[in-house]
Write a protein that binds this ligand. Structure first.
Ligand code: A3P
Length: 316
């Protein structure tokens, strides 16, 4: 049994109720420039204050719906390949959803289960959706943890986000989701500030922060798995290359393989505030689905805003 930590709602509740609040399709609070889901705010504050890093921790980070599930699977398969060869029929990723293999900080701290983190073997893979500037200082301090961020074309992200939230709230309209991205109040938004924080960190500290793009990963998954493994300090040896380990990892984590696993067709993540069916994380797994959801005018509007906000980066 894992000891239960102090209740973050008791500890930080007063601070949370004093934050600007927005209730549209989900309740969020504005904290240090980002609209956080209200139920997670106390847990995020606890994470900031109480997290004890290890120098070899690797944080997998993203704005939601940009490829987190895939990144978790690839990183886990690469990191744990000695204990779990990717071809093994009993590989954890064949019986567990990738989210069960990499703990999500917002849930861990909200559920007061942080003692669980201490029991994990090193190097730990950990996950969060919070902005770079909100990460515990102990994580972003030089010489400490590594951070991997995955970015995606915002048009496809909005579509994916809409379908995901519709699973939780069937009357949500695409227009509401789209508008909340444009006005910056979408959960964890503004999205451009989320992206910029990690982008600038990756430029300033390339040895510590790796910035990946979903589209690049789709185009050449092998190359990016090598890059990811090397960044995490686990480069593939010549013998592993010769044995086709990279291709096995890519295959194990491929969209079709993962989507069709029994665990991902039937299971669910039982969160502290909501349950999410595993199959909600595997919708289409392609680029360009935005054409089926928004007019060219909406697409140009979104593109214009992002190219303006992300000017000076290679993302526009
Ligand atoms: P779509 O909704 O466009 O299909 P996240 O994991 O951050 O929640 O992102 C979910 C998006 O990643 C979904 O996009 C989902 O289909 C896609 N995805 C999930 N697993 C994937 C995989 N193994 N390969 C490629 N894309 C994947």
């Amino acid at each position: 049994t894992v000891p239960v930590a102090r209740d973050p709602k008791e500890e930080f509740g007063d601070l949370v109720v004093g934050l600007p609040r927005k209730e549209q399709f989900l309740v969020r609070r504005l904290y240090k420039g980002f609209w956080l889901l209200e139920p997670y705010v106390p847990g995020i504050l606890a994470f900031q204050c109480r997290f004890t890093p290890r120098p070899d921790d690797v944080f997998l980070t993203s704005y939601p719906k940009c490829g987190t599930t895939w990144l978790k699977a690839l990183a886990f398969a690469a990191m744990a390949r000695d204990a779990y060869p990717p071809n093994a029929t009993d590989h954890p990723l064949r019986r567990l959803n990738p989210h069960a293999c990499v703990p999500f900080m917002e849930e861990i701290y909200s559920k007061r289960r942080e003692a669980k983190l201490e029991g994990l073997p090193s190097p730990r893979l950990l996950n969060t959706h919070i902005a770079y500037s909100l990460l515990p200082e102990t994580v972003t301090t030089d010489g400490c943890c590594k951070v991997v961020y995955i970015y995606r074309d915002p048009k496809d992200m909005v579509v994916s986000l809409y379908h995901f939230h519709r699973r939780l709230q069937p009357d949500l309209s695409f227009a509401d989701m789209f508008d909340s991205v444009l006005d910056g109040t979408v959960p964890n938004g503004p999205v451009w500030d989320h992206v910029l924080g990690y982008w600038h960190a990756s430029v300033a500290r390339p040895d510590r922060v790796l910035f990946l793009k979903y589209e690049d990963l789709l185009q050449n998954t092998d190359e990016h798995v090598r890059k990811l493994a090397e960044f995490m300090g686990r480069p593939f040896s010549a013998a592993e290359e010769a044995a086709g380990i990279v291709a096995s990892i890519v295959d194990l984590c491929s969209f079709d393989k993962m989507k069709n696993l029994e665990v991902n067709k039937t299971g669910a993540i039982v969160g502290k505030f909501k349950s999410i069916a595993h199959d909600a994380f595997f919708r289409k797994g392609i680029t360009g689905d935005w054409v089926n959801h928004m007019s060219p005018k909406m697409a140009s509007r979104l593109d214009e805003i992002f190219s303006d906000k992300l000017r000076g980066t290679v993302l526009t």
